[in-house]
Design a protein. Sequence first.
Lengths: 309, 272
Amino acid sequence: MIAAQAVSRRFGARLAVDNVTFDVGAGEVFGLLGPNGAGKTTTLRMLGGLILPTSGTVSIGGERFSRSTGAALRARIGFLTETPGLWDHLTVWDNLLTYARLFGVAQPDLSVERTLRTFELLDRRGDRVAVLSKGMKQKLALARALVHEPSIVLLDEPTANLDPQTARMVRDLLRGLRSRGRAIVISTHNLDEAERMSDRVALMRQTLIAVGEPAALRRDVFGRRLRVRFLGTAPAAALLAAIAARAGGHDVRVDGAELSMVLESPDADAPAVIRALVDAGVQVREAFDEQPALEEVYLKLLGGRGDAA
Amino acid sequence: MSGRRIAILIEKELREFRAHPALILPVVILVVVCTLLPLLVIVILPRTMGQSLATDRGMAQMIEKAQAHLPSLRGLSPQAAAEAFLFQQFLLLFLMAPIVGAVSLAAYAVVGEKQGRTLEPLLTTPISTSELLVAKVLAAFLPSIVIEAAGLAVYFLMVAAIASPGVLHALLTPRAAVLIVALGPFAALAALQGTIAISSRVNDARSAQQIAVLLVMPLMAMFVGQIAGGFFLSSAMLALFSAALAGAWVILVLLSVALFERETILTRWDHG
């Protein structure tokens, strides 16, 4: 639905985004992760047609962004910018109504009312934005991005400043949008959120370092590690390591009453490892695939220098 | 260019002015001053001090010269002719007041959106640069012109109430009509469009305002030149001047669109 093809962007001598290619389909949530200054916001701005790439193309439904197509394509996008950017002197209602009308919504009043209800802001419709809390402003900015029911949604830090309850409401809302076939791109520092919401994530530092489903990235980076916990007195570490190695495990680690190893074919090899341990008299309490946090993947791929987590 | 989107943005700007009346205060103050100042100088002060404009030798010479261009002065008493002449001249100053006041609105127009970080969300909509800039100019222009019209109505009513007999009639000339209907509005539009162009290139409203005030200097010079009797602009000359200002406005629209760099404005704040 929205695609970036070999997109680069320079600001003077500084290369902000370098040769980025990805596409996001209908009903997909795509997470952009990276440290500050990695080019996430610039990438979102290019996807939203706010700035044009120095080279490469951004297209929506096969139609390329250019100066002549920009206005029509922007009408199909809902963009939550990095800062809420609301008109403080205007009311909640007037802020949203202005945008609904600028986007050419057929029945703007109805649309605004429905959106405010969805975001639980209807009772604040007459309040000036200046008196709202940070969280409410963020909610309203998100409402503004969605008031025209765009087919593509670009969100720069959507749950920043939101309390846990509202953040959850936003996540539920985005899941709803995904199920209705919207293509959603999220730029975030919140790796937990990215993992929970994204079908695919891209790790970025000027260029894309890795793209894929969070689970696949974990596998690619760390392999599949089996972790086994024991009951009672653990056998000697050397014995455990030898058993694990015989059953095909490598990078074997023993830590107290816990043994872990990387298996090339976990589905085939894990039963053999457990059988060998049981045969050696080890009381196995539980065995499971290790799930390193996305943060581990992030830090490993970005060389531990990222400051986003 | 979409008139609908321009109208939506103008409506939003007007709502902001209504919610934040201090923005419009400079226009109101200047119009009030320009309404009252001529009455004070031409009618109230001389009467309070027991003096007559008609007895001033220099004034009599100026009026004699002006009668060639302003036939409506003929047939009036010397006092009424002097009052009518001066009221005519002050009309030009009166028309400049809303321009100077509105410049402060226009100077804030784009800079304010930049400072409030409201410009980026606005640029995510289908609005084009020309629509945005024209809307900003018209939004500053409309309240100024309404306030000016109200001020003019008060001006003429007060002239009718306290000036010498026949003065009001002498003021209602084609020349005054050209000043009010053409010169004033087109001068305002050109000055405002120039201000908007400057506003989109600077990062604080004060800089925009200071530069923009220079745009009204030629009009100020024209006023001073006329008051000093250096020259007199006839209706035809004023109409020609108005047409030139209308052309200048169109050129300034194109220039301000060319100068408005969406990308630079967005990325100057943050290269995230």
